[in-house]
Design a protein around this ligand. Structure first.
Ligand code: MG
Length: 278
């Protein structure tokens, strides 16, 4: 396994399978993040899930024993709001979403409507309150009035749940709207789209080459980092296994492979910090 030989200025982390698994921090995650902060490195946690706001993730990390401010968390609530403000600040949007996204749009002063005649953008998101009424509004805005375009918070088909189960995610809502309107979703602001990384880089004020993206999935965070020219590391505590890496072609592989997350710190420094057990 190839691990970094130097420290970077910014550290971007996926959450599930990388920092925690379900309701437990993964081995080495806490001391790694605390040490990086102590060394004044920038730390950001990234997730595609739009059903919570950054504060709720910060609370979860804090509850698990890793005290974290909301400013260190970026999810697709943040990236969708940022993308709209940057590209369509005057647009009238119809979010098919749960409350955290609507709250964020409201706070940002983005106009929302359920009137198909004035909707410019339909946002398909992970919405466990999705129903036929919402589908009809999207259909009328896109197909009948021929004015709205379709965008989504994240491309995930389903959200994994404990015990090998899952529940339909934003791609299910996109599929329903594409199916009846014949239109195609034009924008995705979640991993692996570069829009997500651009939003983060805007917050950090650092160059991509001075940061490292770490996660457990090759086709989301690692793909996004490779496309942006950012060094990346896959950690084998989540979805990806060592066998998966053997079968993968070179262009999809990150620079680093970690058995555990605190191997992001170079070996000589780990010795200096007394992390010999890692
Ligand atoms: Mg993950």
């Amino acid at each position: 396994m190839k691990t970094p030989e130097k420290l970077y200025e910014g550290y971007l982390f996926d959450l599930d399978g990388t920092i925690y698994l379900g309701d437990e921090l993964l081995p080495g995650a806490k001391r790694l993040v605390l040490k990086l902060r102590e060394l004044e490195k920038r730390v950001i946690f990234l997730t595609n899930n739009p059903t919570r706001n950054p504060g709720m993730y910060a609370e979860k990390l804090t509850r698990l024993g890793l005290k974290t401010p909301p400013e260190e968390v970026v999810n697709t609530v943040v990236t969708m709001t940022g993308w709209l403000l940057q590209n369509h600040p005057e647009a009238v949007v119809f979010p098919i979403s749960e409350e955290p996204l609507k709250n964020s749009l409201r706070e940002a002063g983005i106009k929302m409507s359920e009137d198909p005649e004035e909707i410019d953008i339909v946002i398909a998101s992970y919405d466990r309150g999705f129903d036929y009424r919402k589908l009809q509004i999207a259909f009328d805005a896109i197909w009948f009035h021929k004015r709205a375009k379709l965008v989504t918070t994240n491309p995930d088909r389903y959200c994994p749940l404990p015990g090998g189960r899952g529940e339909p995610d934003a791609a299910a809502i996109v599929g329903a709207i594409e199916g009846c309107t014949g239109t195609k979703c034009e924008v995705n602001v979640g991993k692996p789209d570069p829009i997500m990384l651009e939003t983060v880089m805007g917050l950090l004020d650092l160059d991509a080459k001075d940061c490292v993206m770490t996660g457990d999935r090759l086709y989301t965070e690692i793909r996004m980092a490779l496309d942006a020219g950012m060094p990346s590391a896959v950690v084998l505590t989540g979805e990806t296994t060592a066998e998966d890496l053997d079968e993968e072609s070179e262009e999809n592989l990150p620079a680093y492979v970690l058995g555990r997350i605190d191997h992001l710190v170079p070996a000589d420094l780990r010795r200096e910090f007394g992390w010999e057990d890692a």
